[in-house]
Design a protein around this ligand. Structure first.
Ligand code: ADP
Ligand code: MG
Length: 245
């Protein structure tokens, strides 16, 4: 069954149409890129799927079940994970504590004192960090990490909820080109091995075309093209409107 189905989504801010009848689907294990110039409506679409924004109309289905009106927390429990453009880690805590906290907060039965509860999840947190290549940094303070490493911790936090769907709005913003490709390589391999559907946006077209199975092009709130990286690269409308022909 289709993992995510977005139907006829619309959102306006005053007179600005940020999303106009946006519709697409995403399968398990698929890497789908949503690209478009600044102001095209990408974050608006991410926020409607994540539950941070309520659409004016349309529907969002996860595994065939409508989540259009669910809170972000309810979506998280149903398997929608996300990372943010500005990394949201607690700098005063260690790397592993950040991941432990994410594990605690997504297990509703985990109540009681923070310290013993947290210790229960240390092993699982270390496994997630090992997956990110961050095991060595487990006991360092998050504030001491390089920016690219903070992004990896953020990905570990997003994976702590065991998501079916991962939303990544500009996951590599502020990273050096080589780090960007590395983070997306890691994301691709996790998506494939855990069969997680990933919707991401990214400015670096080499990264987009190198990692997405399919690409959606958004322009002024409308999807003007959808297809494989090759189809998108060759699409005259996309070249003219966006890729700078
Ligand atoms: P992108 O992420 O592609 O850069 P956004 O989704 O952030 O685009 O923005 C799409 C359009 O909606 C822009 O014109 C932006 O100014 C407008 N917009 C986005 N969020 C808001 C908001 N909270 N209030 C008013 N206008 C907004
Ligand atoms: Mg944005």
């Amino acid at each position: 069954m289709t993992l995510l189905a977005v139907q006829n989504l619309g959102k306006s801010f005053g007179g600005v149409v940020a999303a106009r009848d946006v519709a697409f689907t995403l399968e398990r294990g698929e890497m789908l890129a949503l690209i478009g110039p600044n102001g095209a409506g990408k974050s608006t679409v991410f926020n409607m799927i994540g539950g941070q924004l309520r659409p004016d109309h349309g529907a969002i289905l996860l595994d065939g079940q409508a989540i259009t009106a669910a809170s972000p927390q309810a979506r998280f429990r149903k398997g929608v994970g996300r990372t943010f453009q500005v990394a949201q880690t607690f700098l005063s805590m260690t790397v592993v504590e950040n991941v432990q906290m994410a594990l605690v907060s997504c297990h509703r039965e985990a109540q009681g004192l923070w310290k013993p509860t947290r210790e229960h999840y240390r092993g699982q947190a270390l496994e997630l960090l090992a997956l990110m290549g961050m095991a060595d940094a487990a006991d360092r303070s998050c504030s001491a990490l390089a920016y690219g490493d903070v992004k990896r911790v953020e990905l570990a936090i997003a994976l702590a909820g065991g998501p079916k769907l991962l939303l990544m709005d500009e996951p590599t913003a502020g990273m050096a080109p080589r780090e960007r490709a590395a983070l997306m390589d890691l994301t691709s391999s996790i998506a494939a091995s855990r069969q997680i559907g990933v919707l991401f946006t990214e400015h670096d077209m080499d990264v987009v075309f190198g990692h997405a199975a399919r690409v959606l092009v958004l322009l002024r709130g409308e999807i003007i093209a959808a297809g494989s990286p090759d189809e998108i690269r060759q699409n005259p409308r996309v070249r003219q409107a966006y890729l700078g022909d």
